[in-house]
Design a protein around this ligand. Structure first.
Ligand SMILES: Nc1ncnc2c1ncn2[C@@H]1O[C@H](COP(=O)(O)OP(=O)(O)O)[C@@H](O)[C@H]1O
Ligand SMILES: [Mg+2]
Length: 234
């Protein structure tokens, strides 16, 4: 579904991503893991068109996305939930969800999808009329993901969904991601929390200093000495 090859991102003289390869198949969860500053967000920014790639190709459903404007890429179903759970704090949960679905598909379809998401994530139904800003960090993250789901993404890209959350909330957010997988959603998951990412992902790539240093099945990576020593504290 998504095939990234030799992708490079530069900010002036800073080479943030130095030619990485990445593939995500339909229905898979693929994790992109690595330390702070490794180039994970820059990779997502380049895939979603927020920064123009300095080189390489981004193929999605057979089409080259590299260099296309972000809005166009989003409309093709490649949707990013950026770091820091950016929901509209002054709008209710209901309004946040409605904005996510505003892009296409019409009212009836949006209402149906919203009902499905509220069944799947009842906390959002409980807080339906509450302003987003009153939700806890974990609940805001769930709302941000649900809002992205309202646009029926083909590929959902999540940037550090666990960042800054208390452990039990992290579990709930990851349960949510697992539930989406059950429904066939394809996910590219960026995480600094390598252990957690490898638990949920099918495959993973480890980024360090803008380079892909290791990639393979999540089980293989979890068992590799490099990952265990550098990222899992073994
Ligand atoms: N807008 C920017 N301008 C200049 N340098 C940036 C910018 N964004 C990120 N960088 C640099 O690019 C590198 C990769 O950053 P980033 O992609 O955010 O890493 P990660 O998401 O893995 O923490 C870092 O060295 C960071 O300082
Ligand atoms: Mg980042």
């Amino acid at each position: 579904m998504l095939e990234v090859s030799s992708l490079a991102v530069r900010y002036g003289d800073v080479r943030a991503v130095k030619g990485i390869d990445l593939a995500v198949g339909k229905g898979e969860i693929i994790a992109l893991v690595g330390a702070n500053g490794a180039g994970k967000s820059s990779t997502l920014a380049a895939i979603s068109g927020l920064v123009p790639p300095a080189g390489g190709r981004v193929r999605f459903d057979g089409e080259d996305l590299a260099g296309q404007p972000a809005e166009r890429i989003c409309r093709k179903g490649v949707v990013l939930v950026p770091e820091g759970r950016r929901i509209f704090a002054n709008l209710t949960v209901a309004e946040n969800l409605r904005l996510g679905g505003a892009v296409h598909h019409g009212r009836a379809a949006a209402a149906e999808l919203e009902a499905e998401l509220l069944d799947l994530f009842p906390i959002l139904r409980d807080y339906y009329r509450i302003r987003g800003g009153h939700l806890s960090g974990g609940e805001q993250q769930m709302l941000a993901i649900a809002r992205a789901m309202m646009s029926r993404p083909k590929l959902l890209m999540l940037d550090e969904p666990s960042l800054g959350l208390a452990p039990q909330l992290i579990d709930r957010v990851f349960d949510m991601i697992a539930a989406l997988r059950e429904r066939g959603v394809t996910v590219l998951l960026v995480e600094q929390n390598v252990a957690l990412a490898l638990e949920i992902a099918d495959g993973a790539t480890v980024l360090a200093n803008g380079e892909a240093v290791l990639s393979g099945s999540a089980a293989d990576l979890a068992g590799s000495d490099l990952v265990r020593e550098a990222y899992l504290g073994a």
